[in-house]
Write a protein that binds this ligand. Structure first.
Ligand code: NAI
Ligand code: MG
Length: 362
């Protein structure tokens, strides 16, 4: 149920992270203020720059403090790959993965939408008469082949053996599938299970049965099965057919990048890392990274972060303000599309300001 004051942890991070977070916070404050909902933000300085300064990636007491908030709004972290003072993979493992596993972010949520005037590599997408993309990928976030269940022996020899075992638990699969059905029920009531159960028979069997069982509880939602290789074809040839896609960690990682590429691009892609049982805060962030190539130039697009804030509000039960942000983004993008040259030159702050004004007008 919706609370009257939201208690949000904000992790601006590195590079363009703080730039885009500033704009998202302004929009968030405005939309909540006009809905009579309070907002308390606590900033946590984490990321590559913070590690260089303090040696902290994510201390246990910081993690405990984060646990106390309703949700986490996250910018982006990560050093410039040219900066050899930061060991490769350190921030990913000790901050991002630690957050995901400690806070049990079982579900990675990535909505994909086409916007009028936003061109896509797919013909017709972004045109009024073209296909309208509007689907969400519900990707399992804590299992599959990403759990580190494997080993190497005889490394560097011709007899080297490397294993990477995909872990799938009934609990883990069921909670993701339940979430996906609930989302489908509140959308266009269509669910697609993506797997490769002809070859990955054991995991595929578990996923298929989980979907069949959940389908009984949701007779209003129709579902189909699709092999992951076929899904890449359909996503390119007929993306409008999808509503909710549910899939495992690895397939979801790949499909969501494809989904991002065919829809609005990196400046528009939002995501949520959801704790399915509500035992720890969920985290919302743009899909993009810290973009060291443009950091500090005030040219990053804050829209993906603003949309991530809307996902956060939706998750926290504030569907009205979330819808207002989405509507403001829709209207503003359409406006920008009318004069692409002028809008391409807008600063991060000018984009944030335009979105803010739309929200207040809406
Ligand atoms: P990136 O997403 O930061 O940048 C890729 C390209 O997209 C760059 O040319 C960048 O300028 C552009 N771009 C990204 N966001 C944009 C925005 N909002 N507006 C306009 N242009 C934008 O990916 P990259 O360069 O591979 O990684 C840079 C750093 O970010 C690395 O340290 C990486 O580890 C980290 N990273 C962090 C993530 C996170 O915090 N969740 C996710 C992805 C990467
Ligand atoms: Mg990825």
């Amino acid at each position: 149920s919706a609370q009257t004051t939201l208690d949000i942890a904000v992790i601006p991070g590195d590079g363009i992270g703080p730039e885009v977070i500033t704009e998202a916070r302004r929009v968030l404050e405005a939309v909540l203020d006009s809905a009579g909902v309070g907002l308390r933000c606590t900033e946590y300085p984490l990321g590559a720059a913070h590690w260089l300064e303090t040696g902290e990636t994510l201390e246990d007491d910081t993690l405990e403090k984060l646990r106390g908030h309703d949700a986490i709004l996250f910018g982006a972290v990560g050093a410039d790959p040219q900066d050899d003072r930061v060991p490769s993979g350190l921030i990913e493992r000790e901050l991002l993965l630690k957050l995901r596993f400690s806070l049990d972010h079982a579900i990675n949520l990535r909505p994909s939408r086409s916007y009028p005037g936003v061109t896509s590599p797919l013909r017709g997408v972004g045109e009024e008469s073209g296909p309208q993309i509007d689907f969400v990928v519900v990707r399992e976030g804590t299992e599959g082949p990403y759990v580190g269940n494997g080993g190497t022996i005889r490394r560097g020899t011709a007899q080297e053996i490397a294993t990477e075992v995909s872990l799938n638990t009934a609990h883990g699969v069921r909670r993701v599938v339940a979430d996906a059905f609930a989302r489908a029920a509140s959308r266009r009531r269509k669910l697609t299970l993506v797997h490769k159960h002809n070859v990955l028979t054991r995991a595929g069997d578990l996923w298929r049965r989980a979907v069949e069982e959940a389908a009984v509880e949701h007779p209003d939602v129709s579902w189909e099965y699709m092999h992951v290789d076929a899904a890449t074809i359909h996503m390119v040839q007929d993306p409008a057919r999808f509503d909710v896609i549910v899939t495992d960690n690895l397939f979801g990682d790949i499909l969501t990048d494809l989904a991002g590429a065919i829809s609005g691009g990196i400046g528009l892609a939002a995501s949520g890392s959801i704790n399915a049982e509500g035992t720890a805060p969920s985290m919302f962030e743009p899909v993009h990274g810290s973009a060291p190539d443009i950091a500090g130039e005030q040219i990053a697009d804050p829209t993906a972060t603003v949309l991530s804030a809307a996902l956060m509000l939706q998750h926290l039960g504030h569907a009205g303000p979330a819808a207002r942000i989405q509507a403001a983004v829709d209207a503003q993008i359409a406006d920008w599309a009318r004069d692409p040259q002028a809008s391409a030159a807008l600063s991060t702050a000018a984009r944030g300001e335009a979105l803010l004004r739309r929200v207040l007008a809406g």
